[in-house]
Write a protein that binds this ligand. Structure first.
Ligand SMILES: Cc1cc2nc3c(=O)[nH]c(=O)nc-3n(C[C@H](O)[C@H](O)[C@H](O)COP(=O)(O)O)c2cc1C
Length: 321
């Protein structure tokens, strides 16, 4: 089972359709959606919730801290859309999440996390996952207590990014905690963290016994990675990577699915990652960022990328954001 990770500002409908064009994962995730926004604004007009037939099945990832808002948000989404399921964001470590007490901050409040899971369960019978990080200080007992509580309230899949909240994206993830979570809970467990090649995906599946793998940043650099993992699972060599300009053009076309005022910003957010495929990518990014207008950006990228080739795996992430 292959899953596209939720990434704020990045896994919107335009990007998900780009991924689908090369070979979709088994499940797409939206970027995180605030339950407060869903409850207090009309969801049918919310660009975070926009999706099409192509980027499905799609899980809506929900962020917040009030169980009643989670319940109400899911009821509203159930009335209006056909999401394949929901996910609870218990892993976000941004400053805002820390200050307002949602995301990874909820790992410190297992009782509240449980109440949130129970509230969502009251509102839907659909699949429900929770995306966790390792517990602070890699305290396995705390992770397992939280996980057991969530499972008892009807969460059916645990997604684990085994870095502690205080580690951000630094330090190698401890994949062995994925194996422990699987072994100790017997639940459906999806592993995530630092899958940078199809080989890594297979290695995570084999060494941890997890039921699926979720890929984040590597899919921003190689939106075709799911196709390549599938090929390797079948024992076939990965197909040739596309011409470097091709995904740029596909994404630019797909930006039409987003509101006008979002398009250029979202394009540049993705290019920050995609251009890291190339040794001088961060320099290219600076140039593209200074160029105003999507058609002008594409024209510049055409010049910059024509001599380039996509390098072999593993993906090299030169800078995080
Ligand atoms: C730019 C960015 C935005 C992210 N936004 C979210 C988010 O909205 N919700 C979430 O649960 N995780 C979020 N994450 C974490 C990823 O889903 C994933 O757990 C993390 O990047 C590790 O996986 P990877 O090594 O495959 O990238 C984000 C990560 C990045 C780099």
């Amino acid at each position: 089972m292959l899953l596209l990770a939720p990434m704020d500002g990045l896994t919107h409908v335009a990007f998900r359709r780009l991924v689908a064009a090369y070979g979709p994962p088994d499940l797409f995730y939206t970027e995180m959606v605030s339950v407060r926004a869903v409850v207090f604004q009309p969801p049918e007009r919310d660009p975070y919730l926009r999706h099409t037939e192509t980027d499905r099945p799609l899980i809506a990832q929900l962020a917040g801290r009030e169980p009643e808002l989670f319940e109400e948000a899911v009821r509203r989404l159930e009335e209006r859309f056909d999401f394949a399921g929901y996910d609870l964001n218990l892993g976000c470590t941004r400053g805002r999440a820390r200050r307002q007490g949602w995301g990874a901050a909820l790992m410190e409040e297992p009782e509240l996390a449980r109440k949130i899971a129970a509230a969502v369960r009251r509102a839907t019978r659909k699949p429900l996952s929770a995306k966790l990080r390792s517990a602070p200080g890699h305290d396995l007992r705390r992770l397992l207590t939280l996980a057991e509580g969530l499972l008892a309230e009807g969460v059916d899949t645990l997604v684990l990014h085994p870095r502690a909240p205080e580690e951000g994206l630094k330090r190698p993830p401890r994949w062995e905690e994925i194996a422990t979570l699987k072994r100790e809970t017997g639940a459906r467990v999806v592993g995530n963290g630092e899958i940078l090649s199809p080989d890594d995906a297979i290695r995570m599946l084999e060494t941890t016994g997890c039921d699926g793998v979720m890929i984040g940043r590597a899919s921003l650099l190689r939106p075709w990675i799911f196709r390549d993992v599938r090929a390797l699972l079948k024992g076939e060599p990965p197909p040739e990577p596309p011409d470097p300009l091709e995904p740029v053009e596909i994404l630019a076309r797909n930006l039409g699915f987003l509101p006008g005022e979002w398009r250029e910003k979202r394009f540049i957010l993705w290019l920050f990652w995609y251009l890291q495929n190339f040794p001088f990518g961060l320099y290219y990014f600076g140039q593209v960022q200074r160029t105003r207008g999507i058609p002008q950006k594409i024209a510049l990228l055409k010049d910059l990328l024509t001599p380039e080739r996509i390098p072999p795996y593993p993906v090299r992430i030169r800078q995080n954001r």
